[in-house]
Design a protein around this ligand. Sequence first.
Ligand SMILES: C[S@@+](CC[C@H](N)C(=O)[O-])C[C@H]1O[C@@H](n2cnc3c(N)ncnc32)[C@H](O)[C@@H]1O
Length: 272
Amino acid sequence: MEREKITLTGAPETMLATLYGRALDSRRPNSVLNDVEAARAVSRIDYDFRKTRMKGTSAVGVAIRAKVLDDWTREFIAAYPSATVLHLACGLDTRAQRIAPPGTVRWVDLDLPDVVALRSRLIIPPGGDYRLVGASVTSGSWLDEVPADRPTVAVFEGLSMYLHKEDGKRLIERITGRFPTGQLLFDCYGSTGIKLQKLVPAVRNAGATLHWGLDDPREVEGWHPGLKCLDALRSVDMPGLEKLPLGGRLGLKVISKIPGLRDAGRILRYRF
Ligand SMILES: C[S@@+](CC[C@H](N)C(=O)[O-])C[C@H]1O[C@@H](n2cnc3c(N)ncnc32)[C@H](O)[C@@H]1O
């Protein structure tokens, strides 16, 4: 089978690093995610994945972060079985396949048009009420196409830091302003993480730039009446970190003692 050549650069290229992380995790005996679809997609891509520098600790770390967001999405769907799920900046992430929601759920995967074109050639879409949208989250028009009739969870992993704060704020205002009720699930960098971005191989190698650092999760609460932060998990406190290789566990122990560094990344859950 002809493998897909990659011509993406910048932020879109970074999705190959997270994909590869999930693929590597799936090959481990105590895999966090068992994302065999990620491994299948990697085998169909003509790209030097060594460039991503993903290995042991970083790969399992990506899988653990994804699992937290999967579990929060599952909890939302359990509470609202006919929810709408907006999976923004989906890249090549097969979150819908991992979660396998009931047919009553409306699921939207969205990323930039070039990424979506590649995705549609590589990933078999899940069944049910599913659509794949090629658009930027910074434009509002894609949102007008999503009916505003249901509780809605927006999950966006590895996106906020690539946005300028103003664009992130506008995205959150648009989502919270459109749907009757719902949740926002996303990860963020703190300002120290933004300052240290050149140390993140996936970002550096893709020539991407990170912009938005969020130090106080409560700041976002002011962007819509009734928006409330339910969880702000530091990356160093995520459940499942015991699955990291020993070196990674020791490294985290050190980082978790250093103010600034321990706040370099968080996973956030808000309700509105
Ligand atoms: C680090 S990757 C994360 C991909 C995926 N969520 C994952 O975890 O594998 C960043 C993703 O953000 C997407 N992205 C960046 N800016 C975007 C925008 N303005 N609108 C939609 N997607 C965007 C990129 O195309 C890329 O797929």
